[in-house]
Every structure is written in structure tokens, then in C-alpha cells.
Design a protein around this ligand. Structure first.
Ligand code: ADP
Ligand code: ZN
Length: 434
């Protein structure tokens, strides 16, 4: 199929889309029930049979799936097809214990490729673009996922992988690279390296960045777009559901469109699991509508967002989702105050002299939690007078106190002091014993 035609599915009229979703939901529920002992048990326990799913609203009768279910059934316990049909395995980067393994049939890979391609098409990529994939090519879904989508569009793909930033700066110039896919924090690192090398990104051919795999803020987007002259797009996904390209931002910047014809979204109360009405903030729950190797019903993502069903100004009928800024499980509770790393990021970024590399270190002295915010300052400022740094430190501490309500120790560190990574950045170091 002509890649441009893939985007037609972004504009289906709602009744047509919902009919397609229902048909796919009924098929996948029957498939999961018949072929995955895990779902046979889980649905039997809820007293629900595939034939009970008569409308999309009936989805709430199905059991939730949790990350622990994938871990407990490592590696193949949730497979619903024979091994002959499995053509690919990926795994999440889980830092402790066993990773989470996900499997794909050829048809699953086609769907993944299609939705990632639709995400890039939405951002304006064409077959004239030269696209560097800066996500890791590994068990992580980022590299292969973005690669497949770009190739589907016919863009010239440069499978760079993570790291080797100086070489990337060279290739951007030599190959006429116009599109880059990587994490937002890695792009900020690239901006610093480019500056050090005397490369003005505004003057290169680079036009689009597709940034995802970790939360980022509007402030970070502004920093990226102003500092490099590129258009920063958001791409969201998770390996359990498929990989990158479950949702992507359109030009209206009205959040991200979820490719609902393949991934069915719900919003639930993270504490009770109760379904919430459209427009309310809660935890995103996703059902894979036509992934056959490892179908997941009502998967609890822990990502907090809101869904909007009114038609987007870009013309797409697909639901739009607020950008993911936080997860229900990354909330820190410090001396009783709830805090998300993204709140600190939003405070830091507009402050002159601060670069978006920061770390929240939480410790416990006796019964008291202490928060230290370590933040890098720009090289010119770092060489400045002690009084200047001291007033900057005070300003940051006051803003955190004023806006979040917590006293934090602010430490300004020299440029480069906070470790860079080409994968997901972890902004929190929690040293408290749980
Ligand atoms: P892993 O489980 O190995 O960390 P995943 O790619 O499966 O790798 O991680 C998925 C999670 O990453 C999502 O649930 C979400 O929390 C986060 N994420 C991915 N893309 C984005 C994005 N564009 N914005 C915010 N968070 C994101
Ligand atoms: Zn839109």
C-alpha cells in the first residue's frame, strides 16, 4: 500500500471506527480466551465469556492485566500462538530481576510498523527524508520500532543506535540528515555536543525530531525547538502493548493521537480501577485489538493522562491524549508532600543559567526525608562569581518551596556532572529504605 494511504485510517468517522474496534475486540478476546491459559483463568474468575462482549462498553467486564502478570509468566506464559508463528522477541529494560518479554507474529510486526509509520507521517516525514534512528537497537523496542516505521514510509534510514554523539554530528552534516528519533534528553545532550564542536544545528538540514520513551515537558520542547530550530514531535509507546508508535503528536499540538483502531484506550482511577468519564485525568489502560502473539487485555500502563474525544483541529477523528508527564508509580512522597519529577523540571527549565540536566536525590536522616535537587549550570555561569551562583541557588530553592511546598537543598553542579545516557533518563535517586 502507498504509505500516504495509511493515514486515511486517522480520519475514520467515529461510528465506523467503533464498529471496527468492536469487531476486533470480539476477535481478540475470543483468541485470548481460547489460546492463553492465563486469560482463560482470568476471565473464568470474573465470570465473563467472549460472547459477553457485545459492545465496546462491555470491555469493563474483562480482567485487568498488570506488569506483574508478565513478570510472573516469564518468558512465554502469555503467548497465544504456537512458537512457529513467533518471528520476533523484545524485552523491556527492567532494571531488577527478570525482564519482561514480548513476542510478535509477522502480522503483529506489520501493525506495529504501520502505526509507527502513521506517527511519522503525522509529523510530516516523507520518502525524501533522511532519518537517523538514535534509539538503541537491542531488546529495547525503540530502535527497531522506529526503524520499521521510517522504512515503511520510504525514508532513507540511518540505523545509528544510541551513543557516539560526535559521529552523529558529523553524519547530520555529511548525509543531509533531516529527521532524528531519540529520547528528548539525548537530544539535549546532542545540542551540547554540537555547541562544543561549533556546529550550529539551525544551519543544518535537521528539521524534525521524534522524541519519546520518557516523559518531557513543554519547557523542554521550547528549549529544544529554540536551541536547534527543529520541530519537536512526541512519540509514545510501551513494549508490552507493541513498542513506540502507540500514539504520536499532530501539528495542532493538541496532545497525542492514539492509533485507536489497533490500541483501545480507557482511563481508570489508579487507586480503585474504576472507569472514569471522558476528559477526566487518570491511569491509561490499553487493550491490543489485533496483536495475536501476546494479546493484552486492559493493560495497566501506570501512565497518567486525559483523553479528549472531540475532533482535533488537525481533522483527525482519533482520540487525543494529553502528553504523559508522570506515572502513578513515580510519585515521590517527601515529608508527606507529593512530588513528581516533572514538576521540578517545569520550574528549572525557564530559569536562565540552568541546563535541563537534574537529579532528585532523596535520603532519610532519622525519621526525616531530605530532598536534594542537583542541577547543572551553564559553563559561562559556572565560572562566574560565587555571589551569582548563590543567588541562583536561592532562587531555585524559593521557587520549589513556593510552587511545590517543600524545602529542598539545591546544589548547583558543574556542566557534565550529571551522568548522560542515550536510553531513558532516570531523574530520581531514592536512597530511603522502603
Ligand atoms: P521499559 O519498560 O523497558 O522502560 P518501555 O518502552 O516499555 O520500556 O517503557 C514504556 C514507558 O515509557 C511508558 O509506559 C511511559 O511511562 C514511558 N514513555 C514512553 N514514551 C513516552 C512519551 N512520549 N512521553 C512520556 N512517557 C513516555
Ligand atoms: Zn490532531
Amino acid at each position: 500500500m502507498n504509505p500516504a494511504l495509511l493515514s486515511q485510517k486517522d480520519y475514520l468517522e467515529r461510528p465506523q471506527l467503533e464498529a471496527l474496534q468492536l469487531e476486533r475486540l470480539q476477535t481478540i478476546v475470543a483468541h485470548a480466551y481460547q489460546n492463553s491459559p492465563f486469560y482463560t483463568r482470568a476471565m473464568d474468575a470474573m465470570g465473563v465469556k467472549p460472547r459477553d462482549i457485545r459492545s465496546l462498553a462491555d470491555i469493563v467486564r474483562l480482567p485487568f492485566t498488570q506488569k506483574t502478570d508478565l513478570r510472573d509468566h516469564y518468558p512465554y506464559g502469555l503467548n497465544a500462538v504456537p512458537s512457529e508463528e513467533i518471528v520476533r522477541i523484545h524485552a523491556s529494560s527492567g532494571t531488577t530481576g527478570k525482564p519482561i518479554v514480548v513476542t510478535y507474529t509477522r502480522g503483529d510486526l506489520d501493525i506495529w510498523t504501520e502505526t509507527t509509520a502513521r506517527c511519522f507521517l503525522m509529523g510530516g516525514v516523507t520518502n525524501r527524508d533522511v532519518a537517523v534512528i538514535g534509539y538503541g537497537y537491542s531488546l529495547f523496542t525503540g530502535g527497531m520500532g522506529a526503524h520499521q516505521g521510517m522504512e515503511r514510509i520510504g525514508a532513507t534510514v540511518v540505523p545509528m543506535g544510541g551513543g557516539n554523539t560526535e559521529k552523529l554530528c558529523m553524519l547530520i552534516q555529511d548525509l543531509g540528515v533531516s529527521v532524528l528519533c531519540c529520547t528528548p534528553s539525548y537530544f539535549i545532550h546532542l545540542m551540547e555536543v554540537a555547541q562544543r564542536l561549533g556546529l550550529d544545528l539551525h544551519k543544518t538540514t535537521l528539521r524534525h525530531g521524534f522524541f519519546g520513551a520518557e516523559p518531557w515537558t513543554d519547557e523542554m520542547r521550547a528549549h529544544i525547538e529554540e536551541g536547534s530550530g527543529i520541530h519537536a514531535h512526541d512519540i509514545f509507546g510501551l513494549s508490552e502493548i507493541m513498542g513506540p508508535g502507540v500514539a504520536g503528536s499532530c501539528d495542532a499540538h493538541n496532545g497525542l493521537h492514539i492509533f485507536e483502531d489497533h490500541y483501545f484506550p480507557e482511563i481508570v482511577d489508579p487507586a480503585t480501577g474504576e472507569a472514569l468519564p471522558p476528559g477526566e485525568e487518570g491511569e491509561l489502560v490499553l487493550t491490543t485489538l489485533d496483536k495475536f502473539a501476546m494479546p493484552l487485555l486492559r493493560y495497566r500502563t501506570h501512565d497518567i493522562t486525559r483523553l479528549h474525544y472531540e475532533k482535533c483541529s488537525c481533522g483527525r477523528t482519533l482520540v487525543h491524549m494529553d502528553p504523559i508527564r508522570r506515572r502513578s508509580d513515580d510519585m515521590l512522597i517527601i515529608r508527606g508532600v507529593n512530588l513528581f519529577p516533572s514538576q521540578v523540571e517545569a520550574i528549572l527549565l525557564p530559569i536562565h543559567g540552568v541546563v535541563p540536566h537534574y537529579e532528585l536525590v532523596v535520603t532519610r536522616e532519622g525519621a526525616m526525608d531530605e530532598l536534594e535537587v542537583r542541577v547543572e549550570v551553564t559553563p559561562d555561569l559556572f565560572g562566574d562569581k560565587v555571589a551569582v551562583l548563590e543567588s541562583l541557588r536561592k532562587l531555585i530553592a524559593e521557587k520549589i518551596k513556593g510552587m511545590i511546598g517543600i524545602s529542598a537543598k539545591v546544589t548547583l553542579v558543574e556542566p557534565g556532572a550529571i551522568a548522560r545516557c542515550d536510553g531513558k533518563t532516570r531523574h530520581v535517586v531514592d536512597k530511603r529504605k522502603k
